[in-house]
Design a protein around this ligand. Structure first.
Ligand SMILES: Nc1ncnc2c1ncn2[C@@H]1O[C@H](COP(=O)(O)OP(=O)(O)O)[C@@H](O)[C@H]1O
Ligand SMILES: [Mg+2]
Length: 255
């Protein structure tokens, strides 16, 4: 049985942010590990030189121990002395006003930023001592804004697992409730996401990104206001896709 934690976090912080783009780039950097140089120049986040190691035996629990964090260009703290424990396999809802630090909590968990004081642990290990790749292997994040690359739908899904076969890509797409849509495109899985005349709705992009995450099959899933911008579009399909993604995972749902 999965432990279900419903947790309301009312955290400090008053200003809403215009950092959606930046957050996407950070996500891109950590999850896919590409275009590092470019991202580095945008975010000015110091890149760690910690060596990769074998994390097969590591558990997928997360804990925050007296974590305090302020963004480099801000004097107000985004998180102040936060201590939380999220057991392996638990499902947690993170609820709070806009600007209260929900996405920051997720960013710290994924090692995008280092706390000024306190410790974030993944499977009991200090996140600061794990490599970016090691951390990235643990996490999948579904955000409001989905970024598709100007390449085929197949390759867009395969980013989740570059070695995946067509059969694996299709299985993930079926679970993400997007397979039928893809086969209806002019060139099916070979259709380019940037093709003139091919426009995807927010919900379709969302399901493509969910297929990506299903292929990746990481033990921890973060849904950061994943459906907030979708206006009820294909709600049932998206919910089914998200349900597939959460199966047997440690889950954070930012509402
Ligand atoms: N990349 C950033 N740089 C500077 N300040 C940021 C950044 N991201 C968020 N903030 C600020 O940190 C606080 C918490 O933001 P955030 O974690 O995005 O809140 P939430 O996800 O709960 O809406 C806000 O004051 C926000 O303006
Ligand atoms: Mg947020």
């Amino acid at each position: 049985t999965v432990t279900r934690f419903i947790l309301a976090l009312i955290l400090s912080g008053l200003f809403s942010s215009s950092f959606a783009k930046l957050a996407t780039f950070q996500h891109f950097r950590i999850v896919y590990g590409q275009s590092l140089a470019r991202v580095r120049s945008i975010t000015e986040v110091p890149v760690k030189d910690t060596a990769d190691r074998d994390t097969d035996a590591m558990q997928s629990d997360v804990s925050f121990e007296h974590v305090t964090f302020a963004y480099p260009n801000k004097k107000d703290r985004a998180l102040s002395d936060v201590s939380l424990q999220f057991p392996k396999g638990s499902h947690t809802a993170i609820v709070g006003e806009s600007g209260s630090g929900k996405s920051t909590l997720a960013s710290l968990m994924m090692g995008f930023w280092q706390p000024q004081s306190g410790t974030v642990r993944l499977g009991g290990e200090n996140l600061a001592e794990l490599s970016e790749r090691n951390i990235a292997d643990f996490f999948s994040i579904v955000q409001q804004e989905v970024f598709l690359f100007n390449t085929s739908i197949r390759d867009n899904i395969r980013i989740g697992k570059p070695s995946a076969t067509q059969r694996e890509v299709e299985t993930a797409a079926r679970k993400a409730r997007i397979h039928d849509f893809i086969v209806g495109l002019p060139s099916g899985y070979d259709t380019s996401a940037g093709e003139v005349g091919v426009k995807f709705s927010g919900g379709e992009k969302q399901r493509i990104s969910i297929a990506r995450m299903l292929l990746k099959d990481s033990p921890i899933v973060i849904l950061d206001e994943a459906t907030a911008a979708l206006d009820g579009e294909n709600e049932k399909l998206i919910q089914e896709a998200l349900d597939e993604l959460q199966r047997n995972k440690t889950v954070f749902t930012i509402a």
